[in-house]
Design a protein around this ligand. Structure first.
Ligand SMILES: *Cc1c(COP(=O)(O)O)cnc(C)c1O
Length: 394
């Protein structure tokens, strides 16, 4: 198939026409259970009535007016995000990469303002994913993303994820910050042990570094807390959020403590679209739902059921599956050696379940946070069937 689009994705042949809750429908009205959620974006499923109403209402009032003017809905969303987190200031942008980029700029400017501009290096983890801008691919440090785009942005060091000794050994006089995903998503669904995050907080404090969490994928209710780091009891100085934050509308946020956020002054950073009235209406609508009584309890309850059922399935299908990993509704099915995750993913899709691949031969399950036990039953039946088929004719 020829296409006028740059060929940056290995796309499936499917084309969807509409979505409803946890389901997507293609042009032939074939129904798919969506455990991909646009890669953890459609946190409230498709066409959630509260979001549809918020968008429709805002679309008839004001879409965009520029940050040259007051945007009350943005003030309100920033206040709500701060009230719900460690943060005291927020910068809105349009994508996860931009939120990471804003955080990296904050780190540099913070030390520049503190009279230590020589401290600009950021230690990140192997297997990380922080987005696709030049700085974000340097932060991620993955050869497959950096290849062909030399010279890489300067100032990133990489250590194994979860290894405190390596992290401490990598700290030097130029180190400014530690950047980690509390749960690595693209990297294979690897949750950081709570103790590791606690030790990173202590280490950052000991060496006067900033702690920067990338919660673009694992945040916004995905793990059963509003943000995944809450499970560890420690807080960062800077955090990137996106994906679920807009529930399908492109938006992102970089959150920071007061002392860090204060380094951004008039003219030091900007975004034409960032925080526009349309995005802010959507962001507030997403928070309305997630902050409602019992929402996160529901995520925790259903994720426990899904996890248990997946573990049973792994036991029952050792020819295909090797294990389950993850946190909340950010789950990974590890495929057995000799079984390619892409083949399982394709088989699941043929049988009506959409999933996403991840590193480490993992199939990622990222259902919308609104699923109930009936969706779990349906997904498990499809996974069972697909594994059985693969055991019969690999
Ligand atoms: C998706 C993702 C990003 C990049 O977000 P974009 O919106 O694609 O720019 C950054 N960090 C993490 C952890 C992600 O999962």
């Amino acid at each position: 198939m020829t296409s006028a689009l740059m060929q940056t994705y290995a796309r499936s042949d499917l084309a969807f026409e509409r979505g409803e809750g946890a389901y997507l429908f293609d042009g032939h009205d074939r129904k798919f259970l969506d455990f991909a959620s646009g890669i953890a974006v459609n946190a409230l499923g498709h066409c959630h009535p509260h979001m549809v109403e918020a968008v429709a209402k805002q679309a008839g009032k004001l879409w965009h007016c520029s940050n040259l003017y007051q945007i009350p809905e943005g003030e309100r969303l920033a206040e709500r995000l701060c009230a719900a987190t460690f943060a005291e200031s927020v910068f809105f942008s349009n994508s996860g990469s931009e939120a990471v980029e804003c955080g990296l700029k904050l780190v540099r400017k913070y030390f520049d303002g503190a009279g230590a501009p020589e401290r600009y290096r950021v230690i990140a983890c192997e297997g990380a994913f922080h987005g696709r801008t030049l700085a974000a691919i340097a932060a991620g440090g993955q050869e497959k993303h950096l290849n062909g785009f030399d010279p890489a942005v300067e100032g990133f060091d990489h250590v194994s994820f979860g290894n405190l000794n390596e992290m401490r050994a990598a700290i030097g006089p130029e180190t400014a910050a530690i950047l980690v995903e509390p749960v690595q998503g693209e990297g294979g669904v690897n949750p950081a042990p709570p103790q590791y995050l606690q030790e990173l907080r202590q280490t950052a404090d000991e060496f006067g570094l900033l702690l920067f969490f990338d919660e673009v994928q694992c945040g916004m209710g995905r793990t059963g807390k509003l943000f995944a780091h809450e499970w560890s009891g420690v807080t960062p100085d800077v955090m990137a959020s996106a994906k679920g934050l807009g529930g399908g509308f492109p938006m992102a946020a970089c959150l920071a403590t007061k002392k860090v956020g204060a380094v951004m002054t008039t003219g030091s950073h900007g975004s034409t679209y960032g925080g526009n009235p349309m995005a802010m209406a959507v962001g507030n609508a997403v928070l309305d739902v997630m902050e409602a009584d019992g929402f996160l309890d529901g995520v925790n309850a259903v994720s426990k059921i899904l996890r248990g059922r997946l573990e049973e399935t792994v036991q029952a299908r050792p020819g295909v599956l090797a294990g389950v990993r993850g946190l909340g509704l950010l789950l990974g099915l590890e495929c057995q050696e000799g079984v390619a995750n892409a083949d399982l993913k394709a088989r699941l899709q043929d049988n009506g379940l959409l999933t996403v691949g991840a590193a480490g031969n993992v199939v990622r399950l990222l259902p919308p946070l609104i699923i109930d036990e009936s969706h779990v039953d349906e997904a498990i039946a499809i996974i069972e069937k697909s594994c059985a088929e693969m055991e019969e004719s690999p």
